[in-house]
Design a protein around this ligand. Sequence first.
Ligand code: GLN
Length: 305
Amino acid sequence: MDELLEQLVEECRGCTSQGKVATYIPELAKANPEELGIYVLQSDGRHCQAGAYQKRFTIQSVVKPILLLLALMDNGEDYVRARVGVEATGKPFDAINMTDQTLFSDHINPMVNMGAIAMCTLIKGSSYEERFQRLLELTRKLAGDPEIRLDEAVYLSEKRTGNKNRALAYLLKTYGMIEDEVEEVLDCYFKACSISVNSKDLAHIAFVLANRGRLPQTDERVFSRRYAHYVNAILMTCGMYDGSGDFAVNVGVPAKSGVGGGIMAVVPTRMGIGIYGPSLDEKGNSVAGIQVLKGLSERMYLSIF
Ligand code: GLN
């Protein structure tokens, strides 16, 4: 398996030139577009890796399923479902998904920015700093990595330039979908996106979702089977934004991408996969990362379809 991963990384490295690193968050423009890494954790405890799997990068949108998990754990499914919908938007991650008239909770998808901003308000905590700390703790626990920290430079870079997200948050406020102070909510969102992880961390988080809420090794339950089902289903339909259909056809597993170059892929009952490849396609998904996953899925029959 190590050899297969090495081979896939070498094969797919060439397609990094078909994409570009994100530049709309200035700090992300510093990434090396040619880097590519993968880490796989399997249900029998074996793991394998290739390329830049130790490289740290910001989690960006891959935090959205963790935000959703924490919102579910704090409030239960009915409460969350009444405020954040599950239908795919079929639109880019930063789209303003609304009709001319008003905004309904069914328009709010947890895997795109508007939904994730709304979910920050559903996390329990006496301050937004405390909410963020609880999210960071859950991320560390799922990844089994107490070293996970905030990347201060990326956080400040996005806070300074994130006006599209400000627009989305003010729309949510206008339509009564959030009540708290917009800048405080956004501060939590920007910090959430700036958690620094590596491919191994993403593979471990994906593994817990694949393992229906239980950690590897200890088998400790962190969240219910139902929540794993709920989150995996949403990842399948919207985890790759408006590229989710294509990804379902070509790879066929629940997954989440982020503009930092990460992809977390969940192969239910079998494995968790973490990818790093900061060269992105026009939808904001890792170009080479998708190719590596396609190759792995074909050779190991990973598609759930
Ligand atoms: N922090 C990023 C943003 O809000 C997350 C987007 C992404 O990873 N697709 O724009």
